[in-house]
Design a protein around this ligand. Structure first.
Ligand SMILES: N[C@@H](CCC(=O)N[C@@H](CS)C(=O)NCC(=O)O)C(=O)O
Length: 410
């Protein structure tokens, strides 16, 4: 009999329980959120677990420990005695409540996922230093966080440090923290994590706030402003959000329901092979020029972009700020080129014939240029397909540029 279902996504809290399931070859299905998940986990948080006979769990620490126990209640990952077990819980809880929320707050504020607030960021980063110093003090004298062998504490904490290396722990930081680097490298190379650690690049420099470029806004009549209200920023990648304000009506709601629901396309795109199945499906079932329009979206200030991961963060922030329009559009944006020579472009399907009501929910929408695409033109159609499939170099001013990274808005 199946041992259950683990609901996991790309978010970092998914990684430790996924690693446990895979390492111990548990008969646990790992899946994205589905209708059953939504029925039982109204907070919409990941990870979550449903076992046999309606047994349900949320909270990463509880789920992970349950899974280890399921595999082997005597597992070395749980420590040698009650004292070690308590220390394992200490590090797991410390990572979950002090490390991850702190680093996520700084990251979200810098990237505009929550409004930028310098004091908030400075305080979070100062607190993060203190949290890291506690890891460092232990790891200066010991190989692992608890006892002399790897435990769940190491697996758990190391997965969260990935976010540190993604966002803030740049080259300089790494030079100053050799104990943490030695520990992290040991743990991610261990039999528990080696096969599940996502390919990731260490950032060279810590993320810093880059104010969005804004062009002078034309004065618009007050009535129109009311018709296109702004919504607060979107939910973030790895952490919970403050309670949302009541949702204002989206102007595109006035167009009514389209014949082909966007959700269906998003499901096909997520689940099917992109070139072979999803793209032909899109042209056959989704795109109706009466109801939808297609847009090329280019960042206007490519010459100011530096590191490709930062360009991709910029796209991520833009997408988060566009979340009020999720129901009305779909798109892909890619970062092409390399560090200090890259650009951002993409293609979007938008409800209606105008791009503005869909995009102006994001305060930085004017940093992008919008060009309507006519899919009866072969070149435009190829561009859209390439952006959706995102598997071939992109042609910029006649030159082929490799795609370094990208994001899907869905
Ligand atoms: N207290 C929960 C927090 C879970 C949590 O916040 N998970 C994040 C992902 S890392 C999440 O699902 N956030 C909500 C969202 O992104 O919509 C736990 O420790 O498991």
């Amino acid at each position: 009999m199946s041992q259950g279902t683990l609901y996991a996504t790309e978010q970092i809290r998914s990684l430790a329980p996924k690693a446990i399931v895979q390492h111990f070859k548990l008969d646990v299905k790992i899946t994205d959120k589905d209708d059953t998940y939504h029925k039982y986990f109204p907070l919409n948080k990941i990870p979550a677990f449903i076992g046999p006979k309606g047994f349900k769990l949320h909270e990463i620490i509880a789920i992970s420990l349950y899974l280890i126990n399921l595999a082997d209640p005597k597992s070395k990952l749980l420590g040698k005695n009650a004292g070690e077990y308590a220390q394992i819980l200490k590090w797991a809880s410390f990572s979950n409540t002090e490390f991850l929320p702190t680093i996520a707050t700084a990251h979200k504020s810098i990237n505009g996922i929550i409004p930028y607030n310098k004091k908030l960021v400075d305080d979070a980063l100062a607190y993060l230093d203190k949290v890291v110093a506690i890891f460092d003090a232990r790891l200066a004298n010991y190989t692992y966080l608890v006892g002399e062998r790897i435990t769940f504490a190491d697996i758990f904490a190391a997965t969260y440090f990935i976010r540190g290396f993604n966002w803030f722990f740049g080259t300089e930081w790494r030079k100053q923290h050799p104990n943490i680097i030695r520990w992290f490298n040991t743990v991610v190379a261990s039999e528990y994590l080696v096969d599940v650690i996502p390919k990731f690049e260490y950032t060279d420099k810590p993320e810093v706030y880059v104010p969005p470029k804004k062009e002078k806004k034309k004065q618009e009549p007050a009535a129109k402003k009311e018709a296109a209200p702004k919504k607060p920023a979107a939910p973030a990648a790895d952490e919970e959000e403050p309670a949302a304000a009541p949702k204002p009506k989206h102007p595109l709601e006035a167009l009514g329901r389209p014949k082909a629901a966007l959700d269906e396309w998003k499901r096909v795109y997520s689940n099917e092979e992109t070139r072979e199945t999803a793209i032909p499906w899109f042209w056959k079932n989704q795109f109706d020029p009466e109801e939808w329009s297609l847009w090329k979206v280019d960042y206007k200030y490519n010459d100011e972009l530096t590191l490709t991961f930062m360009s991709n963060n910029l796209v991520g922030g833009f997408f988060n700020r566009l979340s009020a329009s999720t129901k009305y559009m779909f798109g892909c944006m890619v970062v092409y080129g390399e560090n200090n020579n890259n650009g951002i472009t993409g293609a979007f399907l938008v409800r209606g014939q105008d791009y503005k009501p869909a995009f102006d929910v994001a305060p930085d929408w004017e940093s992008y240029e919008f060009t309507k695409l006519d899919p009866t033109n072969e070149e435009s159609k190829n561009f859209i397909n390439n952006m959706f499939a995102w598997d071939e170099p992109v042609v910029i001013n006649g030159e082929k540029r490799e795609i370094a990274d990208g994001k899907v808005f869905k």
